[in-house]
Design a protein around this ligand. Structure first.
Ligand SMILES: Cc1ncc(COP(=O)(O)O)c(C=O)c1O
Length: 367
């Protein structure tokens, strides 16, 4: 019945809410969540119009709400975080320029080479300890002085929280210092804030404080906030006007998108307040994993909803561990030969994390 929607089906959906693919405990990502019954009700009731004409009242409401929350002039609802980042790259840079980003960033690793394919830019990855970019690390990577030999830096992108580094948070002072120095050199900065609400929760700060130094930012509704689809790009009114045009170029004009935006509004209203629970679950998971012989977790780095553990001291590689966990109905992601990622979200609870730990212990210890 999953996926077949009837108003009566709402309770049924809610009972299924905490079980993912084939009843598994799904810790692969916070993108796997199902819309809550409240989201589904809002989606069903959503007032809609053609958003390419700017006439979808629910999309307009979501954009206005996001802009107000982040104290920005304007916001744009886009289908994915990838599209939001790529629109930002396209608008801030020119073909033949470089975009500086962190070596493990989503932009560099998981966006299909689109900075080159769509915007004619090359990415200059900078390795940062824990994925935290700083001015000290970025400055040597800038190319602003030698127009006859070097592709000029057009943009710097910072990811907060940093996904592949393990949900690591970059503190506001580092962001502010980096952006100030960039702005003094007329280089814009974009924030990949797919999980900026997780960062804000971990630091107990408003999202505005983390986002303020950046020229533009995006955040995802479809990750920790639990909405089924959508991200928001924010910036000046002029930037968002141009972003709207690029969104259309990319095929992101979604017409009656209010059915999706309605879920986004519910997510924005209620989800940030419950992210601390995801973080507490991740901490439990991390502490449990650290107790398993041969498994290493940098506990001091677990600050949000992502836990990365290293199984390099066991007999199994990460892919083998993940496959054996899947046989026990626990889903996680192998990041490379040694590292496994577990992500908590609104559709997993303490009992399921305990189940995951039990399975992990059984897989590693019995092998
Ligand atoms: C840090 C970060 N940025 C961007 C994205 C892209 O979002 P989407 O999957 O909606 O394209 C992701 C997705 O996981 C992400 O983790």
């Amino acid at each position: 019945m999953r996926g077949r929607f009837t108003p009566k089906g709402l309770t049924e959906v809610s009972e299924m809410q905490t079980r993912g693919v084939r009843g598994a405990v799904d810790l692969r990502s916070d993108t796997v969540t199902r819309p809550s019954p409240e989201m589904r009700r809002a989606m069903m009731a959503a007032e809609v119009g053609d958003d390419v004409y700017g006439e979808d009242p629910t999309v307009n409401r979501l954009q206005a709400r996001a802009a107000a929350l982040f104290e920005r002039e304007a916001a744009l609802f886009v289908p994915t975080g990838t599209m939001a980042n790529q629109i930002a790259v396209h608008l801030h840079s020119r073909p033949g320029q470089e975009v500086v980003c962190e070596a493990r960033s989503h932009l560099f690793n998981l966006e299909m080479g689109m900075a080159a394919a769509f915007s004619g830019c090359q990415l200059r990855p900078v390795e940062a300890p824990l994925g935290r970019l700083s001015w000290a690390l970025v400055e040597p990577a800038l190319r602003l002085q030698d127009p006859y030999n070097k592709a000029r830096t057009g943009l710097v992108v910072l990811e907060n929280t940093h996904n592949l580094a393990g949900g690591v948070v970059t503190p506001p002072a580092a962001c502010l210092h980096l952006c100030d120095e960039l702005h003094r050199r007329s280089v814009p900065a974009h924030l990949d804030g797919a999980r900026i609400f997780n960062a804000a929760t971990a630091l107990n700060l408003p999202v505005t404080q983390l986002a303020a130094p950046f020229d533009s930012l995006m955040f995802c509704l479809s990750k920790g906030l639990g909405a089924p689809v959508g991200s928001i790009l924010l910036g000046s009114a002029e930037f968002i006007h141009r972003a709207r045009i690029v969104r259309k170029m990319l095929g992101g004009g979604m017409r009656q998108a209010g059915v999706l935006a309605a879920a986004g509004l519910v997510a924005l209203e209620h989800a940030p307040a419950r992210l601390a629970q995801d973080h507490a679950l991740a901490r439990c998971l991390a502490e449990g994993l650290a107790e398993i012989a041969g498994v290493t977790v940098a506990l001091d780095q677990v600050a949000t909803n992502i836990v990365v553990c290293d199984v390099g001291r066991t007999e199994l590689d990460a892919a083998a561990v993940v496959a054996k966990l899947a046989e026990r109905n626990i889903l996680a992601s192998a990041l490379d030969a040694r590292r496994i990622r577990f992500v908590t979200h609104c559709d997993v609870n303490q009992a399921q994390c305990d189940e995951a730990l039990f399975a992990m212990r059984a897989v590693i210890e019995r092998q």
